[in-house]
Design a protein around this ligand. Structure first.
Ligand code: ZN
Ligand code: ZN
Length: 283
């Protein structure tokens, strides 16, 4: 069982809909505030007074790793087989060579860890962590991702964890960055530094507002590497990979800046492939 400590802080999310679609009774805000204080003052003994609840459905049954109930963890983790090279859902996958699509055209990253497909309840949870106040849910899902792909993270030999950046204006107006909220506890869980190495140099239109074929052009030239990554093995973290254009653009500039290897990690991948992350060069 992988547990993060310290900055992977727990507390604050307000999940209100549980997996069966019924409305869960949320812990009222003053009680949650007092529970957090009590945990700080009294440590684990506070659990007797305020039992911890699932970060998603808020039930108080057995929590896996102290974050999510076993039913939510199972639902979030449930997924069809995925290629660990490109991340696409694939029936036949060889761990080294990847899937048949990797054989035709290689992805921009060396490998990728995905928690699940972009469908409910994971989709609903990702939409939640795009808003402020759901850092504990983001942390729970990040830890679940690491737990699911522990061998991948060990094999990759990652030196630094880098969130996909938001333009400062969008970051300020939204009040949070889900990529950062995932990257921070993920870095703790694998024992690696989280570094904001990439900056977004211009605001781009939201990728989900554009047709798939325009997304690559939308993010082209929108990123810059601001400190040295030469010889480093870097993991780029985002909340969801749709066409892959954003993640591919980040991976490309990291490689151009001298990174020895670039990997990806995301909570979800949309199972429709515009192949925007693949190069034109056969692998
Ligand atoms: Zn739950
Ligand atoms: Zn593949």
């Amino acid at each position: 069982m992988i547990r993060a400590r310290g900055r992977g802080r727990i507390g604050g999310a307000r999940g209100t809909v549980n997996l069966s679609g019924t409305v869960a009774i949320p812990m009222i805000s003053w009680a949650r505030r007092w529970r957090r204080r009590a945990v700080r003052w009294a440590g684990a003994g506070a659990d007797l007074l305020f039992p911890p609840s699932c970060r998603w459905c808020r039930c108080e049954s057995h929590l896996e790793g102290g974050d999510l109930c076993s039913r939510c963890a199972r639902e979030f983790r449930h997924d069809q087989a995925r290629c660990q090279r490109c991340g696409a859902a694939a029936a036949e996958v060889s761990p080294r060579a990847g899937c048949s699509a990797c054989g035709r055209r290689r992805p921009q990253w060396e490998g990728i860890a995905i928690l699940g497909g972009y469908a409910d309840p994971l989709r609903e949870a990702i939409l939640r962590i795009k808003r402020p106040g759901a850092e504990d849910l983001a942390a729970a899902l990040a830890r679940l991702l690491v737990e699911k792909h522990r061998p991948f993270f060990e094999r990759a030999g990652i030196d630094a964890v880098v969130p996909v950046p938001m333009h400062w204006w969008r970051r300020w107006s939204r009040g949070t960055s889900s990529a950062e909220d995932i990257a921070r506890p993920l870095g703790w869980a694998i024992g690696r530094d989280v570094r904001a190495v990439i900056v977004r140099t211009r605001a781009t239109r939201m990728q989900n507002e554009l047709p798939a074929e325009e997304r690559g052009g939308n993010v082209a030239g929108a990123f810059r590497v601001r400190s040295s990554v030469a010889g480093r093995r870097v993991l780029v973290v985002d909340d969801v990979v749709t066409t892959g254009a954003t993640l591919a653009a980040c991976c490309r500039i990291l490689r151009e800046a001298g990174a020895a290897a670039v990997f990806g990690a995301a909570l979800a991948m949309a199972d429709r492939t515009a192949d925007a992350w693949r190069t034109e060069v056969p692998a």
